[in-house]
Write a protein that binds this ligand. Structure first.
Ligand SMILES: C[S@@+](CC[C@H](N)C(=O)[O-])C[C@H]1O[C@@H](n2cnc3c(N)ncnc32)[C@H](O)[C@@H]1O
Length: 204
């Protein structure tokens, strides 16, 4: 199996930081591949979770290697659009697709999806490469970013995830990220989101 070791190292650096803010609870690994991140990080940390990969061999490998998790040989976007597992209160969401994270975040962040009071989202996003050529499509870019999506992609990610969090009653508490990979076309970020009511609890 060909491995991009620098890419894997970047993902691990970001996720180790992100995990330090995670509560206990189920993990969602939306594009789980052959489970490299799972073996390095999640096996020890999350006894239960849900993993997706549309590739048959990878899904079979995932199912064999983590019997306590639910594993789907499927695209997670239509699954969460159809409200699959809306009652599972995720504490950590790993999004490591080949392309953009936004279709999954849009399908997952609906009003009935359960999350822990704090949920951490860790992302490796490949959309920036396409933004260079103006191929971002409509993924909710506010007018002030039109034309500068490539240059300001990380700032845009922060604003977009904050908006998505607000739609489900969560606040963005922490956001960190960096560009990496060939010509800095990969974007790595994590966001810590906290239920709005849990921030005010205890202050009344
Ligand atoms: C960068 S790799 C993920 C690597 C993984 N995080 C790991 O730790 O090994 C991206 C994965 O997304 C899967 N994938 C690509 N498009 C998908 C889709 N629409 N639905 C589900 N999985 C998809 C690929 O099969 C590939 O395994």
């Amino acid at each position: 199996m060909k491995r991009d070791n620098k890419g894997l190292k970047d993902k691990l650096v970001l996720r180790r930081r992100a995990l330090s803010y995670a509560m206990d609870g189920p993990c969602l690994e939306a594009y789980a591949g052959y489970g490299l991140l799972f073996e390095e990080l999640y096996r020890q940390r999350f006894p239960v979770g849900i993993a997706f990969d549309k590739n048959r061999d990878k899904a079979a490998h995932l199912a064999r290697s983590r019997p306590e998790w639910a594993v789907y040989e499927s695209d997670p976007v239509p699954a969460f659009s159809a409200r699959l597992h809306q009652d599972v209160p995720f504490s950590f969401v790993d999004i490591d697709p080949y392309g953009a994270c936004w279709p999954l975040l849009t399908s997952l962040f609906h009003e009935r999806q359960a999350f822990q009071d704090t949920v951490v989202i860790a992302v490796n996003d490949g959309l920036r490469e396409h933004l260079k050529w103006g191929h971002g499509g409509d993924f909710g870019v506010p007018p002030e970013f039109w034309g500068s999506e490539y240059d300001q992609y990380l700032a845009l990610c922060k604003i977009l995830i904050e908006k998505k969090a607000e739609q489900i009653g969560y606040n963005l508490l922490r956001f960190e990220g960096f560009y990496a990979g060939y010509q800095n076309q990969m974007t790595h970020f994590y966001a810590t989101l906290t239920k709005a009511s849990s921030l005010t609890r205890g202050t009344a």
